[in-house]
Design a protein around this ligand. Structure first.
Ligand SMILES: Cc1cc2nc3c(=O)[nH]c(=O)nc-3n(C[C@H](O)[C@H](O)[C@H](O)COP(=O)(O)OP(=O)(O)OC[C@H]3O[C@@H](n4cnc5c(N)ncnc54)[C@H](O)[C@@H]3O)c2cc1C
Length: 639
């Protein structure tokens, strides 16, 4: 049976929807809040902010993360900045412009109401973070400084050098720690959620594994929030931290939460190129570098001269040439494809030929080295440490890499999934970025969800419920615990010949080759043949050493890779069914004469929400039509 997808979009004018909705939502009396327990899985910006804020409101919160401290959530890696429509620069920005840029940047595949709310709340985020003491960069006069990110012609990105995520997370972490000490939040570090418990159609708890002792535990709740980040590591090589995984959302999918637009994956144009077969991680060079760096390749294929010896006339600043209006700040999907194109023409640089230059020589000449150092010093240092090249003297070499997943669990306007009581925030949901996320908008979304949206909408859910008392002796908990234990034992019992990593690497290559920067029908069909075979081999031949009653990272990885092996198939099914190109989903069969993504609005203006139908049965496609009442759908142009 298919699902009814009700986005529960408030009626009325765009700019009044959120206000009106907040007024219309039910409230939980302050004295009653402590009677409700909310489980928050994830302590990154989305989860940490949500847990701290809900506890501050009075709810009892249990917060989980697999790292040894909430402070190490992957959000800490974010470099470049966070968007907000403050218009401090007086350069024409507004809430409406941020809304419009985001809708257009996502190639018209996101909900107007959600995106407008995001733009509206963005201004509060900056105030909140400043109040927490987040050390945003400032202008000489004291006002917060801004820089530009891709897909925008205004400067609206707030930043703290190249460590914005770290500073924002320290803010959220302090708020969380305060609540931990005050007793409102119980924190469970080094604990992995391995299943969702659904009772009478409602999310009522989770099953976890203590990663140090191996103990399997049940945690009941009145509502569950998943803030578990993105699933880019399905590609093995990505800019994500090694531990990032899809397990929480994938297991929730198998318990009834629809998975929306799984194939929408962002490939970031500015990463340090892959250097060899044994690499297990890719490093991002923040998009902020494109404020001052110029992207180019030699004009002629096979030009192997030192870049400093290549004169202006022999260079092709291909982004400036192709997209004069946005130049080096063309959005990520477009800049990535343009880099791939010049490399496919044989004009790529570096040993592998899969690289383009990001050159700061002009900026250093114009602004002086100290200014560049001040803006990007830590990024330059990181680049030099990894490549042994000094980017103040030689242009950086960059190439696109998997970075972010726009897809995720489907949520309505209240951030609730198709399982009642299961809410999903941050990168783990699909909500705001359509088919392509603009730079500096993920931090904005994670914090909007965590500080401002979920603390309101969770109350509306809880106030409207008459929840029966449950505890871990309930059959649903027992069944979920048994399933987790059985799976763990099964992984350990295989005792095969291949490492988990070798399977993961092979899966990643299939995904990169056939479901990466560009996709076509024939390739996706090949992937759909290869993935089930690889999955079968995994369950036949994987080798997981050690036991389940101790710290066992091979076991942790095995469980996550097993989930990636299933999710990858859904991603390819989704990519195959969407025969249009949109944003980062580039179907080679659907392009304009000049090679840009060609949407098919008549047939694909919808969110594809896939529903689990059981082991070895095809997932069911549910469609949420996207309604555009304020913006006119147009061919995206950055020229
Ligand atoms: C290198 C890099 C740089 C970036 N720079 C920027 C930037 O400048 N601006 C921007 O806007 N965005 C940036 N992004 C994107 C942005 O950082 C992320 O999208 C965002 O931080 C995700 O936050 P989150 O809270 O949703 O998830 P995360 O920060 O990934 O947190 C996930 C949390 O869930 C927990 N978790 C996951 N699964 C489980 C489980 N099964 N059980 C228990 N706990 C679990 C983890 O322990 C963690 O606490 C960048 C991304 C990368 C990779």
């Amino acid at each position: 049976m298919s699902l009814t997808l009700d986005p529960r979009m408030p009626s009325g004018p765009l700019a009044q929807k959120w206000d009106k909705h907040r007024f219309e939502m039910k409230l939980v009396n302050p004295a009653n809040k402590r009677k409700f327990t909310v489980v928050v899985v994830g302590s990154g910006l989305a989860g940490g902010a949500a847990a701290a804020t809900m506890s501050e409101l009075g709810y009892k919160v249990k917060c989980f993360c697999f790292q040894d401290s909430p402070r190490r959530a992957h959000s800490i890696a974010a470099q470049g900045g966070i968007n907000a429509a403050k218009n401090y620069r007086n350069d024409g920005d507004s809430i409406y412009r941020l809304f419009y840029d985001t809708i257009k940047g996502g190639d018209f595949r996101s909900r107007e109401g959600n995106v407008y709310r995001l733009a509206e709340v963005s201004v509060n985020i900056i105030d909140q973070c400043v109040a927490q003491g987040v050390p945003f960069a400032r202008e000489y006069g004291g006002l917060l400084a801004n820089r530009s990110f891709g897909g925008a012609q205004v400067s609206r990105t707030f930043y703290a050098r190249g460590q914005t995520g770290q500073q924002l997370l320290l803010g959220a972490y302090q708020a969380l720690e305060r609540q931990i000490v005050a007793g409102g939040v119980k924190m469970y570090p080094r604990t992995e959620m391995l299943d969702l418990v659904v009772i009478d159609g409602k999310a009522r708890g989770i099953i976890t594994r203590d990663l140090v002792t191996g103990a399997i535990e049940s945690h009941y709740a009145d509502a569950v929030v998943l803030a578990t980040g993105g699933y880019g590591n399905v590609f093995f090589l990505s800019t994500n931290a090694q531990g990032c995984n899809a397990t929480a959302i994938w297991r929730a999918y198998k318990r009834g939460a629809a998975f929306a637009n799984p194939c929408f994956t962002q490939i970031h144009p500015t990463c340090i190129p892959v250097s060899g077969e044994h690499q297990s991680k890719l490093t991002l060079m923040s998009e902020s570098l494109r404020n001052d760096g110029r992207v180019w390749v030699p004009l002629k294929a096979g030009d192997k001269r030192d870049p400093r010896q290549i004169p202006e006339n022999d260079r092709d600043y291909f982004l400036e040439r192709k997209y004069p209006a946005f130049g080096n700040l063309a959005p990520r999907d477009i800049a990535s494809r343009a880099a791939k194109e010049v490399c496919d023409e044989g004009r790529g640089v570096g040993e592998t030929g899969f690289g383009v230059y990001l050159d700061f020589a002009d900026a250093i000449k114009r602004l002086g080295k100290p200014v560049i150092e001040d803006r990007y010093g830590n990024l330059f240092e990181m680049y030099e440490r990894i490549t042994n090249e000094n980017p103040y003297e030689v242009p950086m070499r960059i190439y696109p890499a998997v970075h972010y997943t726009m897809g995720g669990l489907w949520v309505d306007y209240n951030l609730m999934s198709t399982v009642e009581g299961l809410h999903v925030t941050g990168e783990a949901n699909f909500s705001d970025h359509g088919a392509n996320r603009l730079g500096a908008s993920a931090l904005m979304q994670g914090l909007a969800d965590g500080y401002f949206i979920i603390p309101n909408t969770i109350g509306d859910y809880l106030a409207g419920q008459k929840l029966a008392k449950v505890d871990p002796t309930h059959d649903a908990f027992k069944e979920a615990v048994a399933a987790v234990e059985e799976r763990t034992k099964k992984l350990l019992a295989i005792d095969g010949t291949r490492t988990v990593t070798s399977f993961h690497r092979e899966l990643g290559k299939i995904m990169w080759d056939y479901c990466g920067m560009s996709r076509n029908e024939a390739g996706l069909k090949v992937a759909l043949e290869k993935i089930p075979k690889l999955r079968a081999e995994f369950w036949r031949d994987v080798n997981v050493p050690g036991s389940d009653v101790e710290l066992n990272q091979a076991l942790e990885r095995a469980g996550r890779v097993a989930d990636f092996l299933e999710l990858a198939e859904l991603m390819c099914i989704d990519a195959l069914h969407r025969t249009e190109s949109c944003g980062a989903h580039f179907r080679e069969e659907s392009q304009t004469p000049d090679g840009e993504a060609l949407r098919d609005d008549a047939n694909f203006t919808y969110v594809a929400a896939w529903q689990y139908a059981g082991e070895s049965r095809s997932p069911i496609l549910n469609k949420e039509p996207l309604v555009f009442e304020n913006v006119k759908l147009s061919q995206r142009s950055y020229k």
